[in-house]
Design a protein around this ligand. Structure first.
Ligand code: 9D3
Length: 254
């Protein structure tokens, strides 16, 4: 049985190998939960110069990725991984959010098409690509980093890879909120103290403080997230309490 495979089609396969050797990706690979592979698109060319790009029809600046090498690479990947879902990383794609990830993990294999230049020929999108995803509204120089971002976000969700089931539980408790502030030793450094409640040993009080700080930060830094978070009564109650606090106290670390 073939393990779950992430296959990246790219002009820069070296970028993918480094990622696969580090952290959770390396762990998933060593557990045989995942195969991460990269295919050099130039290996699917047929001219002596191994050309992958050409000038745009209609004119204008920049180059476009040719159909033939990409189509050959995608078809070979589909032949090896018949149930694969083929993703094109593209600024025109749907903007990726955490809630999209579980559905992508349902596919047994994923093929990531990372373009360079101005992009890929639209006829590839029509016939060879299953979905297009963007990682956000800023301009990068290619799809490799977006492919790595998506793979990284997915790997954390593969059962058994993160190891610590406590982390997952905490994630869901604070779901939809920004994280609370973290502290480690020493207790006092350069006149900065750890909030005393965290040293109290009172776990119920610590949990309440963390929830309140998470809600406080979310209200000031990401009010857009509060719209959904307020659906949960325990969060709505804490948010109302914070709203009633005096202004000095509710001032977030500005
Ligand atoms: C400045 C060039 N732009 C002309 C209007 C178009 C353009 C082409 C190719 C912009 C970026 C890219 C390369 N980007 C990606 O391949 C990419 C990307 C991104 O740039 N931002 C967020 N998500 C993604 S996913 C793929």
């Amino acid at each position: 049985m073939t393990p779950r495979t992430f296959c990246v089609l790219t002009l820069f396969p070296e970028l993918i190998g480094t990622f696969a050797g580090i952290g959770l990706a390396r762990k998933a690979v060593s557990q045989s939960q995942l195969i991460i592979e990269a295919r050099q698109l130039r290996n699917y060319t047929s001219d002596a110069r191994r050309t992958v790009d050409d000038v745009p029809y209609g004119g204008g600046p920049g180059m476009v990725m040719q159909v033939a090498p990409l189509r050959a690479a995608i078809r070979e990947a589909r032949a090896r991984l018949p149930q694969a879902h083929v993703i094109h990383l593209s600024p025109q794609g749907r903007r990726l959010e955490q809630h999209h990830l579980p559905a992508l993990l349902e596919f047994p294999h994923l093929v990531f098409v990372a373009g360079r230049y101005e992009g890929i020929d639209e006829r590839l999108v029509e016939r060879d690509i299953d979905a297009e995803w963007s990682i956000g509204d800023y301009v990068l120089s290619g799809g490799e980093l977006p492919a790595l971002v998506l793979m990284d976000a997915l790997i954390r969700l593969i059962p058994g890879v993160m190891g610590d089931p406590d982390s997952a539980r905490c994630d869901s408790f604070m779901d939809g909120l920004l994280d609370f502030p973290h502290y480690t030793r020493p207790e006092l450094i350069d006149g900065q103290a750890v909030p005393p409640v965290l040293l109290s040993g009172n776990h119920a009080e610590i949990a309440r403080w963390r929830l309140r700080e998470a809600v406080r930060r979310t209200m000031t830094r990401r009010p857009d997230l509060m719209v959904t978070a307020l659906d949960r009564p325990e969060i709505a109650r804490v948010a109302a309490e914070i709203g009633r606090e005096n202004p000095e106290k509710s001032a977030d670390e500005a």
